[in-house]
Design a binder for this molecule. Structure first.
Ligand code: CP
Length: 346
């Protein structure tokens, strides 16, 4: 467990419901299952002619993305709109952060506009925790990806994809392949798979793209030979090379990486014939995945994006319920305190 994850109770209210959604570490299996079940029920909303339910009517969701995003930001916007919330998406490149305003001051100003939920993406690991600790307690913070640390809604949409296609996590072998070292998605997926009872989690990467101590920290099996690691798996989750987070020459070349680790049609034959192919996106064709595989019959890459809307609807609505429940609990304690004080004064 990292120092950041030691702060995990911050995410839960006194009744164990979500108040923030920062990381999957320490969240119990029942809560992850509730997120998946809630998302399952929201998938039906996306298939309706009028894709709206009134759960967050009158609430304001603010997307604050300090890093680029296509899928996460757009699907959070759609999810909030489908829940009938008002949505603001801050374009950080044109906001006052580009004039020297700190993250904290930007958020304080947004807080003053009475937003209810902030969805935050930031390049620094721990940014979402920092904000959750420092903003007004009635605001829910959802982590849209922080550095290498966590991408919890991606982790949960990946779990929803696996559950919908494979039924459950028991008896599954899942391989996560590629740049594990820089991947917040890999960390969130390992934690979610472990919590949900997946018995065989394999991590496949060149030694230079593997953090040390993965086996002990996450209970996974590590392979540096892709052909060995892919044998008989039910699910392959490919990751892109995250050049933006690499500080040195960790690979001889992209061509060499593709030759040894790229998911080609030939290499996919080592997995079970009905193995799912997943990727959080953005995909780099010919770098970590062959086009024929990305677009092939085993690929569920675009399904992941659709499921992402339902997962984000679930997380937005559950954090708002958790915040409301905590507020009511605080109000009750306050009423008791006042009653006690009044009695004492008499
Ligand atoms: N999977 C993911 O986080 O994609 P974006 O960077 O486009 O949000």
């Amino acid at each position: 467990m990292t120092a950041l994850d030691a702060k995990r109770p911050l995410q839960l209210n006194d009744q164990g419901q979500l108040r923030h959604f920062l990381s999957l570490d320490g969240l119990p299996r029942e809560l992850l299952t509730e997120i998946l079940d809630t998302a399952d029920s929201f998938l039906e909303v996306g298939a309706r002619a009028v894709k709206k339910v009134p759960l967050l009517r009158g609430k304001t969701v603010c997307n604050v993305f300090f890093e680029n995003s296509t899928r996460t930001r757009t699907t959070f916007e759609l999810a909030a709109q489908r829940l009938s919330a008002d949505v603001i998406s801050l374009n950080v490149s044109t906001s006052s952060t580009s004039k020297g305003e700190t993250l904290f001051d930007t958020l304080r100003n947004l807080e003053a506009m009475a937003a209810d939920i902030f969805v935050v993406r930031h390049a620094a690991s721990g940014a979402a925790h920092f904000i959750a600790e420092h903003v007004c307690p009635n605001l829910a913070i959802i982590n849209g990806g922080d550095g290498r640390h966590a991408h919890p809604t991606q982790g949960m949409l990946d779990m929803l994809t696996i559950r919908r296609h494979k039924g459950s996590f028991e008896n599954l072998s899942v391989a996560i392949v590629g740049d594990i070292l820089h991947s917040r998605v890999a960390r969130s997926n390992m934690l979610a798979l472990k919590t949900l009872g997946c018995p065989d989690i394999r991590v496949i990467a060149p030694k230079t793209l593997l953090p040390i101590g993965l086996e002990e920290s996450y209970g996974v099996r590590v392979f540096s030979d892709a052909n060995e690691g892919l044998k008989g798996v039910d699910v392959v989750i490919m990751l892109r090379l995250q050049r933006e987070r690499m500080t040195g020459g960790l690979l001889p070349s992209e061509g060499e990486f593709y030759r040894l680790f790229g998911l080609t049609e030939q290499r996919l034959k080592l997995a079970k014939p009905d193995a799912l192919v997943m990727h959080p996106g953005p995909i780099n064709r010919g770098v970590e995945i062959e086009s024929a595989v990305a677009d092939g019959p085993q690929s569920v890459i675009l399904n992941q994006v659709t499921y992402g809307i339902a997962i984000r609807m679930a997380v937005l609505s559950m954090t708002m319920s958790g915040q409301n429940a905590q507020r009511q609990l605080n109000a009750v304690s306050y009423t008791h305190l006042r009653a006690h004080e009044t009695k004492a004064n008499l």
